[in-house]
Design a protein around this ligand. Sequence first.
Ligand SMILES: N[C@@H](CCC(=O)N[C@@H](CS)C(=O)NCC(=O)O)C(=O)O
Length: 131
Amino acid sequence: MPLVLHAGSTNKYPFKALIAAEYSGVKVKLVKDFEMGVSNKTPEFMKMNPIGKVPVLETPDGPVFESNAIARYVTRVKADNPLYGSSLIEYVSGVRIVWVLKDLFVASYVLKFAGFKILCWFIKGLFGSDV
Ligand SMILES: N[C@@H](CCC(=O)N[C@@H](CS)C(=O)NCC(=O)O)C(=O)O
């Protein structure tokens, strides 16, 4: 029986779980007729995720929310999944890439918004405060 994923079909977050499921050979299907802002505010949905956000995965172990947690759940459903690497060191290398990329992403995001101010401070430092 496929695991049921609650989210709209155009939402970016469930893609993580769907991609992980595809690579792992685990069956996951999107819930039918999901309507953002309606389906995720029903009492049944709020029981699965009290924050009311999607995606949520229904599993035999209970509901799982947060897209990265769902992707990991889906991946771990398959025993000895090669996505986890064939050894502990391979697994750690994979995890490390994720965190390095996340740090880079956060750094680039901060720079995008703070970059101009940092540049101004830098120029002021170089040429004095009249710039
Ligand atoms: N960190 C969460 C983010 C999920 C998220 O932001 N979901 C949005 C959809 S894009 C949502 O459900 N928003 C509805 C709401 O906040 O009421 C994850 O990765 O699952």
